[in-house]
Write a new protein. Structure first.
Lengths: 291, 273
């Protein structure tokens, strides 16, 4: 049963990875920004959650929407100031600027919160509850909830982009921002809104991560950003369902690696990542030769 | 057809535009009266597209002003100009490839100019479908799969649903078969009838002369000819277009309406093409 268990756990972990990845994918798809501070911003969201709960003693479920709104505002403001200024100087500049932002955040967190790791300290019984399938497979409810959250977030994003007026505008700006300007759209504002949405998903990712394990100032770059990149590349850039598929493939590969030998967990994930890069560089779900 | 006293909708004064070190336009002026079809002609690299893009707000001029409805709009961002009523169909059509035909039109209508006292302007998506009949059945299709002529018509439709006061058409006929170009130009009367003024750029001189009420020729960033199409012989237009010298060895600067009477800097220069 060990293998079945590995696959089930891997699929569920894949939901968390997809949650890490969808904001990264959205930022790249719309404004061609590779946000290297993506993981650190998720960590920041986790720390805001920790601080908020410690300071106000509000229940965890109340803290989630507050952190989401805070991060969305941060996303809009960052896009309209720092990232827009970098974009004006060329797409490569955004890499350097977000890398700098990543370092500032990481060291800022070290300064204020020390290197000790923290959990989100959720007391609700749901955080530790589990159910069993058969005799040997234990599934944590929390993992199921996070997986479902990822699916809901992706479905919501999909619906928003394909079926709403503003979603259509976001796609138009992603296609050709100059032509969108000629139709009267202020692409800088559209970029800001897209960043706000991406950062809202980043907030969810950071909170979810803080619930399943503990966060420390370096987990943004060490874990979240790398897994997000891997999930995006495996699934195919710019495809939301590809992101979920990529997350699941990564999660399953890690669990199977761990099943062989605990120290192979990360290795197996990156091997799959490399194999996809070599064999199918456009990703599993994207058709080739997309411009 | 038009006199200088008629109300000027769009005016450009002494416009100079640089692309880096290169001077693309030097002191070009024009006055477009309401209801006109104002055609800019000229060879490749004459500065026609630069002129259109500067009027639309995509380039900032080094000197000179753009006036729209008597208001100085030189510092206005392109999206603000579109909302005010200056809408351009850009060179190369520039549709949104991942959007369907209807979605392209909806984006065009998203920031349509508000016409006072009415619920909307004369142009709606429905009316565009009536004007270009092929569209209705194919509205759910991605525009990337359409022919160049169809894409050009979608681009015009996308601009029309914004209900512009002045429509800028940049190189409509580029890369299209003459019969398609003719079909597209056949819709021009309908556009004019709805109260839209047209400023167009055209490489095909005979086409421009056929549809225009006013003609202006650019050569290497300067105006070389300006007036009503009937005022000039083909030879004169050709001379202005290519920059060869006129019969008396003088540059072919001809009388016409408008504030600027720029002379050729070097009458011996020949056009590219």
């Amino acid at each position: 049963m060990g293998w079945v268990n590995a696959i089930i756990q891997g699929i569920l972990t894949g939901g968390l990875y997809a949650l890490f990845a969808c904001g990264l994918s959205l930022m790249f798809g719309v404004m061609r920004v590779v946000n290297l501070a993506h993981g650190d911003l998720a960590t920041v969201a986790g720390y805001i959650g920790v601080g908020l709960i410690a300071a106000t003693r509000i229940p965890f479920l109340w803290a989630v929407p507050i952190v989401v709104v805070i991060m969305a505002v941060v996303g809009y403001v960052l896009q309209r100031t720092l990232i827009q200024a970098a974009l004006r100087r060329g797409e490569l500049t955004t890499l350097i600027v977000t890398f700098g932002l990543s370092m500032v955040i990481e060291n800022g967190l070290l300064q204020f919160f020390t290197a000790n790791s923290r959990g989100l300290g959720v007391n609700e019984s749901i955080a530790t509850a589990s159910f069993s399938i058969g005799s040997s497979i234990q599934v944590a409810w929390l993992d199921v909830i996070i997986f479902l959250l990822a699916v809901v977030v992706l479905l919501g994003l999909q619906y928003y982009l394909s079926s709403t007026k503003y979603g259509r505008l976001i796609r138009a700006v992603a296609d050709d921002r100059e032509a969108a300007q000629l139709s009267g759209a202020d692409y800088r504002h559209v970029f800001g809104v897209a960043a706000a949405i991406a950062f809202a998903t980043v907030a969810l990712a950071g909170m979810a991560y803080g619930m399943t394990t503990t966060i420390d100032p370096t987990s943004g770059t060490d874990t979240i950003l790398l897994f997000a990149f891997a999930a995006v590349v495996i699934g195919g850039l710019g495809s939301l369902w590809g992101t979920l598929a990529g997350g699941i493939v990564l999660g399953v590969a890690q669990q199977i690696g761990a099943q062989l030998n605990l120290s192979y967990e990360l290795l197996a994930g990156y091997l799959i990542f490399l194999v996809v890069l070599i064999v199918r560089p456009q990703g599993l779900t994207t058709r080739g030769s997309q411009s | 057809m038009t006199s200088p006293n008629e109300s000027v909708l769009l005016a450009v004064r002494d416009l100079t535009v640089h692309h880096g070190q290169l001077k693309a336009l030097s002191g070009v002026s024009l006055r477009v009266a309401e209801g006109e079809v104002y055609a800019i002609i000229g060879a490749n690299g004459a500065g026609k597209t630069t002129l259109m893009r500067t009027i639309a707000g995509l380039h900032s001029p080094t000197a000179g002003t753009v006036l729209f409805e008597g208001r100085d709009v030189t510092g206005l961002r392109p999206e603000k100009r579109a909302a005010a009523g200056i809408v351009m169909v850009p060179e190369g059509r520039r549709l949104f490839p991942s959007l369907t035909l209807e979605e392209n039109l909806k984006v065009g209508a998203a920031y349509a100019r508000k016409v006072r006292g009415t619920s909307g302007g004369p142009w709606t998506i429905e009316r565009v479908y009536e004007t270009f009949p092929f569209m209705k059945d194919r509205r759910a299709q991605k525009t990337a799969q359409m022919s160049g002529g169809e894409q050009q018509q979608v681009a015009i439709g996308r601009a029309l649903v914004a209900n512009p006061r002045v429509l800028l058409l940049d190189e409509l006929s580029l890369g299209l078969a003459p019969v398609i170009v003719q079909r597209i130009y056949d819709t021009l009367p309908q556009i004019l009838e709805s109260g839209i003024t047209v400023l167009l750029v055209e490489q095909d001189v005979s086409q421009a002369r056929r549809v225009a009420t006013h003609l202006q020729c650019l050569l290497e960033g300067h105006t070389t000819l300006e007036g009503e199409p009937g005022d000039f012989t083909s030879g004169q237009v050709e001379a202005a277009y290519f920059g060869s010298t006129g019969p008396g060895g003088r540059p072919p600067v001809l009388p016409g309406r408008g504030p600027d009477q720029t002379t050729l800097s070097d009458p011996l220069k020949t056009g590219e093409l």
